[in-house]
Design a protein around this ligand. Structure first.
Ligand SMILES: Cc1ncc(C[n+]2csc(CCOP(=O)(O)OP(=O)(O)O)c2C)c(N)n1
Ligand code: SF4
Ligand SMILES: [Mg+2]
Length: 299
């Protein structure tokens, strides 16, 4: 495993207090570190999602960068268009970032995102993955994990979470990574690294959602860490579609430590918990194999 070194995290004050996220929201916290790292020379694209209220209602804004509110399905293509327009005006040094939810990425924005990735457009796409359509009252998305309660899956979701990292890696774009505020050094390292690369870059952030998952607001960082430590959400990078680097993986903690803290899983049977454990273990073994394949190729 390749862990990143710890370093001082700069504070640019691009993200201001007074926004309207739920108190303690992991999305707002992640945004603060993303914007601090991207710096003021950045344009942001925001589709309908929790990020909308976090940004605020015009003419007010919690962000000291230009923001464009695009339609739900067009974050990637709108970002690519803005980047091209800036380039045509000689402003190629401006970073263009999309800040979209999982519904706007795994589901409704996937076609635009795939096309943008295939063209290797020069943008950074952040998917703020809270595993559901939270802004509209916790409906399921294709990122919602199996058996999780949502208002549109009251008996628990029947199908598995889509693997968006592999979908994006399959486009052979230069950089794909997972991150979460539970590992801040790692998150900032990945945003910095993405910023230095040209072409389509995709970072998937796990956003433990106080409202949608059902846990106390002071547990956000704990939930983010537990997701990694139980193996639900390993932190890793995929470069050019084939170089897998694992940064943080499971630490032998049973999945129950993560599930039992969330209201959305409180109906689970012992058999369902065992099934989820098997799935997490299988996914981890697969990821380790992918990472070892590349080191084998290099040697
Ligand atoms: C085409 C279209 N369909 C539906 C909506 C309504 N809508 C607004 S936000 C939202 C949920 C967004 O979910 P996600 O992308 O996961 O972001 P989150 O709210 O979870 O941050 C929906 C369904 C919309 N604005 N446009
Ligand atoms: S619903 Fe979840 S993601 Fe949205 S603002 Fe509240 S805690 Fe944050
Ligand atoms: Mg969501």
């Amino acid at each position: 495993m390749t862990k990143v070194k710890s370093y001082e995290i700069q504070e640019e004050k691009i993200f201001l207090p007074g926004h309207s996220a739920c108190p303690g929201c992991a999305m707002a916290l992640s945004l603060r570190y993303i914007l601090n790292t991207m710096g003021p020379n950045t344009v942001g694209l925001i589709p309908p999602s929790c990020m909308g209220p976090i940004m605020g209602a015009q003419p007010y804004s919690s962000m000291l960068i230009p923001i464009f509110h695009n339609s739900f399905e067009s974050s990637a293509s709108s970002a690519a268009g803005i980047k091209r327009a800036l380039k045509a005006r000689g402003k190629d040094d401006v970073n263009v970032i999309a800040l979209a939810g999982d519904g706007g990425t795994y589901d409704i924005g996937l076609q635009a995102l795939s096309s943008v990735a295939e063209h290797n457009e020069d943008i950074i796409y952040f998917c703020m993955d809270n595993e559901g359509y939270m802004n509209t009252g916790t409906q399921k998305s294709s990122s919602t994990p199996r058996y999780a309660y949502t208002t549109s899956t009251p008996g628990g979701k029947k199908t598995k979470k889509k693997n968006i990292v592999e979908i994006m890696a399959a486009h052979r774009i230069p950089y794909v990574a997972t991150a979460t505020i539970g590992y801040l050094d790692d998150l900032v390292y990945k945003v910095r690294k993405a910023k230095e690369i040209k072409g389509t870059r995709f970072i998937l952030l796990l956003i433990p959602c106080i409202e949608g998952w059902g846990f106390p607001e002071n547990d956000v960082a704990t939930m983010a860490r537990l997701a990694v430590q139980t193996g639900v959400f390993p932190l890793y990078e995929v470069e050019d579609g084939e170089k897998y680097t694992i940064n943080h993986g499971p630490q032998g903690l049973p999945i129950e430590n993560y599930l039992s803290r969330q209201r959305r899983y409180r109906h689970l049977t012992k058999e369902q918990i065992a099934e989820i454990q098997c799935e997490v273990d299988r996914n981890w073994r697969r990821l380790e194999k992918l990472a070892s394949l590349f080191s084998f190729k290099e040697s």
